[in-house]
Write a protein that binds this ligand. Structure first.
Ligand code: FES
Length: 180
């Protein structure tokens, strides 16, 4: 089951984190609770496989990322092949197929942000956290990933941490954001 390397949707193909965060240890089979939560979504869809994105999100919410074992289990549960499910997982850039830190910084890597100071922001994050794109901080707290346009081009540069969008960024403001 191959993971895509850097590319337009690379966010799900992270280099393996050397830091055994609690999330990174959770690679085991689906739990009964996970199966029940996924099964509860099935009534919304005509086909079992159509719930696959919800199912991936459920596993990621509980474990932090989606391991190969999880993909195999989920695929069996959803009557898909592991490769079919992996194709879905690696297409969506918010499904993580490698361990990530407790918080994920998604830094917009598209044209408006390039023009408005992407480099400054990325360099500040690298200096502050000691990580490049695709890496996790030594304390396992942050992973920094590039993402395509966050839809905030008129307030570039922008980034997202967890589900919060931060825009009109300046390096000085980054430290406050990281402390939240
Ligand atoms: S280019 Fe960065 S938000 Fe659109």
């Amino acid at each position: 089951m191959g993971n895509r390397e850097w590319g337009p949707y690379l966010l799900i193909s992270l280099p393996h984190s050397p830091f055994p965060t609690p999330h990174s240890l959770r690679t085991t089979m689906l739990t009964e609770e996970e199966r029940q939560e996924i099964a509860a979504e099935l009534h919304q869809y005509a086909q079992k496989r159509a719930v696959c994105i919800d199912a991936l999100k459920i596993v990621q919410r509980r474990r932090g990322w989606v391991s190969d074992e999880n993909v195999r289990d989920l695929a069996e549960f959803l009557e898909m092949t592991p490769d079919e499910l992996d194709s879905v997982a690696t297409f969506y850039n918010l499904i993580f197929r490698k361990p990530v830190g407790r918080r994920v910084i998604l830094i917009c890597d598209s044209v408006s942000c390039w023009i408005m100071g992407y480099d400054r922001i990325r360099e500040h994050l690298t200096a502050r956290l000691g990580i490049e794109l695709g890496e996790t901080s030594s304390d396992g707290e942050f992973t920094m990933l590039p993402i395509a346009c966050l839809g905030a081009c008129d307030h570039a540069p922008a980034l997202m941490i967890d589900e919060a969008l931060y825009q009109d960024l300046e390096p000085q403001g980054i430290d406050r954001i990281l402390e939240r």
